[in-house]
Design a protein around this ligand. Structure first.
Ligand code: PGA
Length: 260
C-alpha cells in the first residue's frame, strides 16, 4: 500500500480555505493499492470531520502532533484520547519543525508515541538528519537517524510496527527547499530504517515514507522502489491539483507493479 500523507502544517490561513482545500482533495480517488491521509491544523479538525461525513468519504485524518498525558494541567496540549474521540486515526510525531522550534526531544517523542499507540492512534514518526551530518556521508546520516530511532522507539514492541507505526524519513535539508533527496539515498535510508526499527525481526518491519520537497514530478522516482511505501508531503499537498497529479503518478507506479 502506498500512502500519500498530506501535512498541511500551519496552513491554510482561514477555515474557509481549509474547507475548500479539503473538498477539492476529497475528490481525488486513490487507486487500489494506494491511499491518502490528511493532517490539517488542530483548529480545523472538527469542521473537516463534519465535512468528511457530509461528503460520505472515508479519508483517514490525523493531527500533526499529540501530547502524552490523558488530561490535566498541560496548557495548550491535546491528548490522544481527544483525537480518537474526534475521529482521528493518525498522529504525526517528532516532525523536525517541532524538534527545531519547540525543542522536542527524542524522549518526548518516545512518550508521545507510547501514549498515541495506547489510545489506538496510528503514528507517523519523523526522523532525518541535518545537512551538516549528510555532508559527512551516508554512514554519518545512518548513525544520526539510528540514534533517533533507538531513542524514539525505546520500549515499544516491534509487533506494533506493522500495523500502527510508519516512519517518515525526512532529511531536514530537503524539507521545503525544493531540493529533494536522491531517490537512491532515500532507498538506502528506508532499508536501514526498516531493519533498525524491526530489530532483526523481518515480520515487524515498518512502512517507511520519504518526505522533503516531494511533488508530482518526483513522486514516482521514490515510490517506484519497494522499500519506499509513500510520501509525507508538505507544500505540494496544499494545492489540490498538484496533489491529484501526485496520486495519478502513484497510480501509474501501482499499475506497473501489478503487471510485473
Ligand atoms: P515539504 O515538507 O514537502 O514542503 O518539503 C515535507 C514535510 O515537512 O513533511
Amino acid at each position: 500500500m502506498i500512502l500519500l500523507a498530506a501535512n498541511w502544517k500551519e496552513n491554510p490561513k482561514s477555515e474557509k480555505a481549509a474547507d475548500q482545500l479539503f473538498k477539492d482533495v476529497a475528490k481525488i480517488i486513490p487507486p487500489k493499492g494506494a491511499m491518502m491521509a490528511i493532517f490539517p491544523p488542530f483548529i480545523y479538525l472538527e469542521k473537516i470531520v463534519e465535512l468528511r461525513k457530509k461528503l460520505k468519504k472515508k479519508i483517514p485524518l490525523g493531527a500533526q502532533d499529540v501530547f502524552w498525558e490523558e488530561d490535566g494541567p498541560f496548557t495548550g496540549e491535546v491528548s490522544p484520547e481527544m483525537l480518537t474521540g474526534l475521529g482521528m486515526q493518525y498522529a504525526i510525531i517528532g516532525h523536525s519543525e517541532r524538534r527545531k522550534w519547540l525543542k522536542e526531544t527524542d524522549a518526548m517523542v518516545n512518550k508521545k508515541i507510547k501514549a498515541a499507540l495506547a489510545a489506538g492512534l496510528k503514528v507517523i514518526l519523523c526522523v532525518g538528519e541535518p545537512m551538516a551530518v549528510r555532508k559527512k556521508g551516508e554512514a554519518a546520516a545512518m548513525k544520526f537517524v539510528g540514534a533517533q530511532l533507538a531513542k524514539g522507539l525505546k520500549g515499544i514492541a516491534p509487533k506494533h510496527f506493522k500495523k500502527s507505526v510508519t516512519i517518515a524519513y525526512e532529511p531536514i535539508w530537503a524539507i521545503g527547499t525544493g531540493r529533494a533527496s536522491q531517490a537512491v539515498d532515500a532507498v538506502l535510508m528506508a532499508e536501514f530504517i526498516k531493519a533498525k526499527a524491526a530489530r532483526g525481526n523481518k515480520a515487524s518491519r515498518p512502512a517507511v515514507l520519504y518526505g522533503g520537497s516531494v511533488n508530482a514530478k518526483n513522486i514516482a522516482d521514490f515510490v517506484q522502489y519497494k522499500s519506499i511505501d509513500g510520501a509525507l508531503v508538505g507544500g505540494a499537498s496544499l494545492k489540490a491539483r498538484e496533489f491529484k497529479k501526485m496520486m495519478t503518478a502513484v497510480a501509474a507506479v501501482v499499475r506497473a507493479a501489478q503487471k510485473n
